[in-house]
Write a new protein. Structure first.
Length: 117
């Protein structure tokens, strides 16, 4: 499963922010899934505007991500809120760093639509 990591990237030191995303990558890999780190994505877009970077991040959520992982600070970021909204629109699972139980179960369980049960 490809899991996009979403959280605050600006308003703190770049090193601190990159470390938060790296820690999330390690957690996601520890349960045998593939993280999508927006820092890695943005590093490939050197010189691009903020909005162009956001468009690419949103495209990845729309076209590539199977789920999204929200860092604890996500609600302090307008960009992360846009990414959350895109995940809602797409209907993919949303996992929260603030919920420690997420790694107690297999994140590959199929999403069940209660209407179709």
């Amino acid at each position: 499963m490809k899991i996009y990591i979403s959280g605050k990237m600006a308003g703190m030191s770049e090193k601190e922010s990159r470390n938060l995303f790296l820690r999330a990558c390690i957690l996601i890999e520890s349960v045998n899934h593939n993280p999508i780190n927006p820092w890695v994505v943005n590093d490939k877009l050197q010189g691009a505007s903020y909005e162009d970077k956001m468009k690419e991040d949103l495209r990845i959520i729309k076209e590539e991500a199977d789920a999204i992982f929200m860092l604890k600070n996500w609600n302090m970021s307008l960009g992360a809120q846009r990414e959350y909204d895109e995940a809602i629109i797409k209907g993919i699972p949303i996992y929260y760093e603030s919920d420690p139980s997420i790694f107690l179960f297999d994140m590959t369980f199929p999403k069940v639509n209660p209407v179709n049960q």
